[in-house]
Design a binder for this molecule. Structure first.
Ligand code: ZN
Length: 268
């Protein structure tokens, strides 16, 4: 009997929808060649060899238009483009009541802070560091129950706000928050909405972000191992209770962290 291996057995799972990851085979490149450079618009893409073939992993922002998109391959002598298709996805709504209305109706003073933090986060998301290998098979960064899926269309005290661009894990204050993969601490900060936050750079445009921490135990530039403790969970920033908000960023796009986790592991 012939047992066929799935073409893309490894993570992240293919999910070519807004907020997901498209896997685009780069069939014209030989697997033993140097890594091809693949671009989507101005964003450089993570490429990996899987099952003897180069594949580009394209992080798709939640506001990606459905339909056909084009990826460019850039080399010194070879240039071509490959189309891929983004399908629609429905994300449910979530209504949240916050006692502290100052985190919903932002005062003029707070707005200046929020705007400068938003700009800083946008810059961090674009970070690129060349790395030989990028581990795209993540471990859950905390031991707890899933309390908020990625992509929920959020309403705070009845008002529409940005969709939920991460994955929430309910954990008591003071629980260990661990790196989902090895990397380098890109930034630490204390944000109006995200509270105490750690960004980890996994290389080649793949980043992770851990929010609402009670305490941060790492410093910028520090190398961290997979599962190394980054700090302790809490509810700093805009949070209704202690939990870890975990985001994954690929080529500048916030994508669904569940795609990087084995299914069995996400069903806790
Ligand atoms: Zn969250």
């Amino acid at each position: 009997m012939i047992v066929s291996t799935p073409i893309y057995a490894s993570l992240p799972k293919a999910s070519p929808v807004p907020g997901g990851v498209a896997r685009v085979p780069l069939a014209s490149w030989s697997a033993d060649s140097l890594p091809p450079q693949a671009w989507w618009g101005e964003r450089r893409l993570l490429v990996k060899v899987e099952d003897g073939q180069w594949v580009a992993l394209v992080g798709l922002p939640l506001d990606t238009a459905t339909g056909s998109h084009t990826l460019r391959l850039g080399g010194l002598t070879d240039k071509n483009s490959i189309d891929f298709v983004v399908a629609d996805k429905y994300y449910p709504a979530q209504h949240i009541r916050l006692k502290d209305n100052s985190k919903v109706e932002i005062s003029t003073a707070d707005l200046a802070r929020v705007n400068s933090e938003t700009a800083k986060i946008q810059d961090l998301k674009k970070h690129w560091r060349d790395a030989g290998q990028t581990d795209t098979q993540f471990v859950l960064p905390a031991d707890g129950k899933l309390s908020g899926r990625f992509g929920l269309r959020r309403y705070f005290n009845g008002q529409a706000r940005a969709p939920h661009a991460g994955f929430d894990i309910a954990v008591p204050r003071g629980s260990a928050v661990r790196a989902n993969a090895a990397g380098i601490v890109l930034d630490v900060g204390d944000y109006f909405f995200n509270g105490k936050t750690v960004f980890v750079d996994h290389g080649n445009g793949l980043l992770s972000m851990y929010c609402h921490l009670d305490r941060i135990d790492v410093a910028v530039g520090q190398t961290v191992d997979k599962q190394q403790t980054l700090g302790l969970s809490g509810m700093t920033g805009r949070a209704t209770g202690p939990h870890l908000h975990w985001s994954v960023i690929l080529n500048g796009a916030m994508v669904d962290p569940e795609l990087f986790i084995n299914h069995s592991a996400s069903k806790r």
